[in-house]
Write a protein that binds this ligand. Structure first.
Ligand code: IFM
Length: 460
């Protein structure tokens, strides 16, 4: 493989060419609210993010997803870019309020037709669409009925899943129920960094349980309506470390963060139980039979991973812990996130040992604040270096026995990075937002060459 970087781990010999399965999937990921724009076009209803962005102080620079990458109108150009990247697969999400403007009831034909065009364009380009049902843009109308705190949402979500399955199940077999449920639940109900902007532990535990119920309902619906479906759930999984490793209180804080962040969803969904740290807290929101409703067989585990996370004890915080920064001397990406590919390798091995499902890395990438140089090119060496070392770590995990079958870069395009607005760029393709011009970065060219080299290896 081209330019493979071999991780140095204390002089132990490491095979240079650790081969991946011949049908390994190379892809890119995006999400609806982060790229589509067109928030009030063709009958789309408002989402919780539209409302949240309107509140001064919520988003850096007062940014919103109103225009984003205007992907709703420029999707054909974006498919051409993916074709040049030679990716096998594209993971996107459907905006629930685009297809069901009020979250339930009457569907919106124009919104449904947009995803028809996208899916048909991808298939014509030889790119497999991977559809995620939920990447955080809950219809605002459902939020007004309690959102994730209303137990009925499992049924509303099931009806939405059925609409999507019936409409696209003839052309799509790869479905994910949720993207990173722990992020939108913990940030939305525990830290007020996402909608609905609460700091309320009871609400957090209730929301977690209802998201899990919706997941189970979604799996059953997809299975019933898409005969050849391959269904997964996408979780962010990262080592949770104590800010003060010698402080018992910080170690306990990291364990609690680990329960909320890494285990609150995969354990009930795949092992049929809540983590011991959370079981008592979720109990008041449970009804008989709920764990059977949640723990439904799925086909793959989506891992989103960027870097380790850190926690410290904080008696004043309602959850008893606070987020902490990584130690000062660790390597960091341009936006300050720790770079630790060995943690990625160990995470993949850990997920494999715990859940024994085929793994697809559904997000990995590096954030930066780059801009075009004088020649109009975007030279993102640090992102290339990050991707090389993380893909090398993935190879190590496979060599050590983890069943990893695919890797999707986050992200195809620079996009709306939630609370950071447009300041943090994760794309292989640079977006000049005022003109909406797309400029493939050096990392895009590198990724295309790497995929081609892998394909040639497969032929040889
Ligand atoms: O942009 C996000 C994405 O929506 C979810 N996973 C992490 C990415 C980078 O922060």
């Amino acid at each position: 493989m081209e330019d493979d970087v071999v991780l140095d781990r204390g002089g132990a010999p490491v095979a240079e060419r650790r081969e991946l399965p011949h049908d390994f999937v190379w892809g890119v990921s995006t999400s609806s609210y982060q790229i589509e724009g067109a928030t009030d076009v063709d009958g789309r209803g408002p989402s919780v993010w539209d409302a949240y962005c309107r509140v001064p102080g919520h988003i850096a620079n007062g940014d919103t997803g109103d225009l984003a990458c205007d992907h709703y109108h420029r999707y054909a150009e974006d498919i051409s870019l993916m074709r040049k990247l030679r990716v096998h697969a594209y993971r996107f999400s459907v905006a629930w309020p685009r297809v069901l403007p009020k979250g339930r009831g009457a569907s919106n034909e124009a919104g449904l037709a947009f995803y028809d065009r996208l899916i048909d364009g991808l298939l014509a380009a030889g790119i497999e669409p991977w559809l995620c049902l939920y990447h955080w843009d809950l219809p605002q109308a459902l939020q007004e009925e309690g959102g994730w705190l209303n137990r009925d949402i499992a049924g509303w979500y099931g009806d939405y899943a059925e609409l999507v399955a019936r409409r696209y199940g003839d052309r799509i077999r790869r479905f994910a129920t949720f993207n990173e449920p722990s992020v939108f639940s913990l940030f939305g109900y525990g830290f007020a960094w996402h909608p609905p902007g609460l700091v309320d532990p009871v609400a957090l535990n209730r929301a977690i349980h209802h998201v899990n119920l919706a997941h189970g309902r979604g799996v059953d619906v997809l299975r019933a309506h898409v005969p050849r479906s391959s269904i997964g759930a996408i979780h962010n999984v990262q080592p949770s470390r104590a800010a003060g490793p010698r402080s018992a209180a910080d170690v306990a804080a990291a364990k609690l963060l680990d329960a909320y962040w890494n285990r609150a969803f995969p354990e009930p969904q795949l092992l049929g139980r809540y983590p011991e740290e959370l079981a008592r807290l979720v109990e008041p929101h449970m009804q008989a039979g709920d764990l059977d409703r949640i723990c439904r067989p799925i086909d793959w585990f989506g891992v989103n991973h960027y870097s380790p996370i850190y926690a410290k004890a904080a008696s004043e915080a309602v959850l008893g812990f606070a987020w902490a920064d990584a130690p000062a001397d660790v390597p960091r990406s341009p936006i300050g996130w720790q770079v630790d590919p060995i943690a990625f390798r160990d995470t993949l091995l850990d997920v494999w040992r715990r859940y024994r499902l085929p793994i697809y890395v559904t997000e990995n990438g590096a954030g930066a604040n780059e801009s075009p140089d004088g020649a109009g090119e975007v030279v993102d060496h640090e992102r290339v270096r990050y991707l090389k070392t993380y893909i090398s770590a993935l190879r190590d995990a496979v060599a050590a026995g983890a069943d990893v079958r695919g890797y999707f870069v986050w992200s195809l395009l620079d996009n709306f990075e939630w609370g950071a607005g447009y300041a943090n760029r994760f794309g292989l393709v640079y977006i000049d937002y005022p003109s909406q011009r797309r400029i493939p970065k050096e990392s895009a060219h590198w990724y295309a060459r790497m995929i081609r080299a892998e394909a040639l290896r497969g032929l040889g």
